[in-house]
Design a protein around this ligand. Structure first.
Ligand SMILES: [Zn+2]
Length: 237
């Protein structure tokens, strides 16, 4: 069985500029190859993710790195511009993300798992779930009108390093592992942190995780997801 994304509009909602590479870029690439429209919404600027020497404009540097990576993937990019550690699930923040949904009109949203390790990932997860429901509700006003098609389907992404995440299904991204690495290579400011005691070498993490999920699914490389199976939220494929 091979899932086809040809009629889809797939939006990944991630916390930081380099999260999509690790968790969902292969799936986005496959969707695009099928003919889907794809986009990434990055919630935080990555403005505090740096090592010595400190750069004053790290948020701008990371935004430029993210644009370069999105260009390789061929994805539209939305940036909501919240500061690292300053992202909370509040109504104003929900409305910012609702407006992104109403502009891109996703049929499928990929969101961080609630169990992911980082507080910004957890808040992004809660915001994506809330926005994916309220984007279709006329009572919640933003600049653009409510999505007529109704709430998009929601898939939870794997966690960084696979901790506390039981895969529901796998997407074979063997053909796109190299693309994921090329995208990751755009994030020079983060790759430079590879020797920090509190930071894993990202390329190794990406390869190890993609191959480990691939091993579980009998393919070279895979990305793992769970369906959001709440009332009115799952789709048949
Ligand atoms: Zn992150």
């Amino acid at each position: 069985m091979q899932l086809k994304f040809d009629n889809d509009r797939v939006l990944a909602v991630v916390a930081h500029p380099d999260d999509a590479e690790l968790l969902c870029a292969g799936t986005l690439a496959r969707a695009k190859a099928d003919g889907a429209a794809i986009a990434i919404c990055v919630m935080c600027r990555g403005d505090k993710g740096q090592s010595d020497p400190l750069a004053d404009n790290i948020g701008d540097i990371r935004s430029a790195e993210m644009h370069a990576a999105a260009k390789i993937l061929g994805a539209e990019l939305y940036e909501t511009g919240f500061g690292d550690g300053e992202l909370f699930d509040g109504y104003d923040q929900r409305k910012v993300l609702m407006e992104v949904f109403r502009r891109f009109k996703p049929t499928l949203v990929l969101a961080h798992s609630r169990k992911d390790y980082h507080p910004d990932h957890q808040q992004s997860s809660a915001l994506a779930e809330a926005a994916s429901w309220f984007c279709a509700s006329e009572g919640h006003r933003t600049e653009s009108p409510a999505m007529e098609a109704g709430p998009p389907t929601l898939w939870w992404m794997d966690t960084i390093n696979m901790a506390s995440f039981e895969p529901g299904f796998f997407i074979d991204v063997s053909e796109y592992l190299q693309l994921k690495l090329e995208m990751l290579d755009c994030h020079k400011s983060q790759l430079a942190r590879g020797n920090d005691a509190d930071f894993s070498p990202l390329a190794d993490l990406l390869k190890d995780q993609s191959k480990a999920r691939g091993n579980q699914a009998g393919v070279g490389a895979a990305e793992a997801f769970q369906l959001h199976t709440a009332w009115k939220r799952a789709s048949a494929w």
